[in-house]
Design a protein around this ligand. Structure first.
Ligand SMILES: [Zn+2]
Length: 215
């Protein structure tokens, strides 16, 4: 898709989807947004949270970052984009669910696993950002060191979701709401080829097909 195609897409949005959803957009302006769900997803262009969930405007608060990571709580006065998005979603919008969605063939995770990100190629920002899963990488190396790189990358993609869920609980205002039942956290994993979402069962710590049964 070229840049020109994007412009055509915008034209088609104006005359198509925007027209069709005009009333919704107006309502979201007059009443404001009150999404129930926040998603932490990867920047990867092949993973589109709204397409996967068919979420309409106003229904899902999304933050995307390299490798869909939630860093641990660190209030040091520096810039923390993902933590700021979490604070806004939880403390102000009062979302009821946070989903961390990993995905297959994650370039960030693959580069970390293969050592392609180093001081020269990603030392300013990517390497420090990926620190959140450097311990996870060591765990995967210990457990799956004899396996193929493909397997190790997949295990780290899954482990990254587990680590991010653990890190969510280092934010007091997340942990308190989870403990009172006002907030649920979920780990998902999107398999690009199959178009399938796997969900982490927090009791067994394993990923399995996401149940679409409505409670
Ligand atoms: Zn990714």
């Amino acid at each position: 898709m070229s840049f020109d195609d994007l412009l055509k897409g915008y034209q088609s949005f104006r005359s198509g989807d925007f027209e069709a959803h005009k009333a919704l957009f107006q309502k979201l302006v007059t009443e404001g947004q009150s999404p129930d769900v926040m998603m932490v997803s990867c920047c990867d262009s092949r993973v589109d949270p709204n397409m996967i969930t068919q979420a309409d405007p106003g229904s899902m608060f999304v933050v995307r970052n390299v490798a869909n990571l939630v860093p641990p709580y660190k209030a040091d006065g520096e810039s923390h984009g993902t933590s700021a998005a979490l604070e806004f979603a939880v403390c102000h919008l009062e979302v009821k669910h946070i989903i961390v969605m990993g995905h297959a063939h994650c370039g960030g995770i693959k580069a970390l696993m293969s050592g392609d990100i180093n001081k020269d190629t990603g030392g300013d920002f990517i390497l420090p950002w990926m620190k959140a899963i450097s311990e996870a990488r060591k765990r995967v190396d210990r457990k799956f060191g004899q396996d193929s790189e493909e397997r190790r990358v997949r295990e780290l993609e899954l482990e990254g979701v587990r680590v991010s869920l653990d890190n969510l609980m280092t934010f007091d205002w997340v942990r308190d709401r989870v403990n009172t039942g006002d907030l649920s956290i979920h780990g998902w994993f999107f398999d690009i080829e199959a178009g399938e979402v796997l969900a982490l069962d927090q009791k067994t710590d394993q990923f399995a097909s996401l149940s679409t049964e409505v409670n």
